[in-house]
Design a protein around this ligand. Structure first.
Ligand SMILES: Cc1ncc(COP(=O)(O)O)c(C=O)c1O
Length: 474
């Protein structure tokens, strides 16, 4: 039952979790000496730590959600038929109702959907404009022969700028790109909301309407990365004139109506531990998807998922759009952000939807970007308290496909990502205290050197070693 009657007046009251806890999973605490060994063995990469060595796990909000009792009950209703599982039809109906698209194929997770969409839509030499890159999305676009071009507004690259919709597309940049390469060279416009790499920043309804208009004028298709669109809808409800009286579900539906389709990493907004989907309106596109899904994921009625997973996902979609859920989810992220802001810790502002992003450039002004300040901060946080965060800076950005040099993003961030329905406010207090402790000793901290670099998505598996104080700058 909702505690939030949806009115703006109600929204000025304190938020609280719209659930109570009936099953717990113990957390393990470690000593600093144990953590020194663990992070060294992990090559100072938090992705390579064992989760049993982690205390509070803020690596990602992906697949780390707590499912509800209804979702767990749904797991027992799995119809594990190879073809035509009834759980698929439940999932299809949930996506049709809440996201509004006619055709659906499930995928094992978001990158499975990105792979299929890129293969269908991109020809070698094409350009794919988008509102800031995402690691797996851009890689699949490149592997299909495309070139990603960032057309997000400039404010998105400034961690201190307080623009309320930092995920917006810069229409002049997009218009100029279409003019320069020609509409025929543009595979599609790739629009994400909220924008992960910008700090979980939203796109406004006005902006997607204008992007849609531009796309229609030039005959270009528009696809959404719907991974965190529910959270995007919350910001529209809160910040954009005319939406305060609308529900999250209504806003989500309208937002999706401006795109030709969407792909989804259901492990985030949709409140499950595994899954994804790809949904479109056009019959010809669906025909293409159905053909490729059987090659790479599985039959078009399971796409790499078990029936029980599709059932949990269908229920998760229904729960994810409840206003009081979204309000408390973002309320918890903001609570942590406010503590850190009060202590003058540099973070991306305004606080976004799924995480707090520490600004490693301002945190460690003495560590050059090539010595991985955000990666350093993630390992120092782990050393201090066993809290696991992750890098979103030069390591995540990879190398330029042509020159081979590091991509050097303006944003050099360490992400404290909050899983949905998992941790309490007291955990957020502990996290904030640890960030402050690491901040207090920042001047003595040295950077890292990369000792192993994988070819693709290097941040996942790269290894580093610590630079000693006297080896840093001669
Ligand atoms: C914005 C965004 N898009 C796509 C993906 C890829 O999804 P998955 O991890 O399910 O493959 C992610 C995952 O982190 C994401 O954050």
């Amino acid at each position: 039952m909702s505690t939030d009657d949806g009115t703006p007046a109600q929204r000025t009251r304190s938020w609280a979790e719209p659930f109570k806890i009936k099953m717990v999973e113990p957390l393990k605490m470690t000593t600093r000496a144990e953590r020194e060994v663990a992070i060294r063995e992990a090559g100072y990469n938090t992705f390579l730590l064992r989760s049993e060595d982690v205390y509070i796990d803020l690596l990602t909000d992906s697949g780390t959600n707590a499912m509800s009792d209804r979702q767990w009950a749904g797991m027992m209703l799995g119809d594990e038929a190879y073809a035509g599982s009834r759980n698929f039809y439940h999932l299809e109906a949930a996506v049709q109702e809440l996201y509004g698209y006619r055709h659906l194929v499930p995928t094992h997770q978001g990158r499975g959907a990105e792979h299929i969409l890129s293969k269908i839509m991109i020809s070698p030499g094409d350009v794919v404009p988008g509102n800031m890159y995402f690691t797996t999305t851009r890689l699949h676009q490149e592997l299909a022969g495309g070139t990603f071009v960032d057309v997000i507004i400039d404010e998105a690259h400034d961690p201190e700028h307080l623009h309320p919709f930092k995920g917006n597309v810069d229409l002049d940049k997009l218009g100029a790109l279409i003019e320069r390469v020609g509409a025929g060279q543009i595979a599609y416009v790739s629009l994400a909301g909220t924008v992960n790499m910008a700090g979980g920043q939203p796109v406004s309804m006005a902006n997607i309407r204008s992007v849609r208009e531009l796309c229609v004028r030039h005959g270009i298709r528009l696809f959404l990365d719907a991974t965190r669109l529910v959270e995007n809808a919350f910001f529209i409800q809160e910040r954009e004139p005319g939406f305060a009286e609308q529900s999250i579900a209504q806003i989500l539906h309208e937002f999706c109506s401006y795109a030709d389709g969407a792909w989804m990493s259901a492990k985030k907004d949709n409140l499950v531990n595994i899954g994804g989907w790809l949904a479109v309106n056009a019959d010809d596109l669906f025909e293409g998807l159905r053909n490729l899904i059987v090659v790479y994921e599985g039959l078009h009625t399971y796409g790499g998922l078990a029936g029980r997973d599709m059932e949990a996902l269908a229920i998760g979609i229904e729960e994810s759009v409840q206003d009081d859920h979204v309000r408390s989810r973002i309320g918890q992220v903001r609570y942590l952000g406010e503590l850190l802001t009060d202590w003058e810790i540099p973070i991306v502002q305004p606080v976004g939807g799924h995480a707090i992003f520490l600004d490693a450039r301002r945190f460690y002004p003495h560590i050059p970007q090539d010595e991985f300040p955000a990666q350093t901060l993630a390992s120092e946080l782990y050393l201090d308290s066993g809290i696991r965060s992750m890098e979103r800076g030069i390591a995540s950005a990879g190398r330029d496909a042509t020159s081979g040099d590091h991509n050097r993003p303006k944003l050099e961030l360490t992400r404290l990502t909050i899983p949905r329905r998992v941790y309490t406010q007291a955990h957020m207090d502990v996290v904030a205290e640890s960030v402050k402790a690491v901040h207090d000793v920042r001047a003595a901290t040295r950077g890292l050197r990369m000792t192993y670099e994988p070819k693709y998505l290097r941040f996942f598996q790269a290894r580093f070693e610590r630079l000693q104080a006297n080896a840093v700058r001669g």
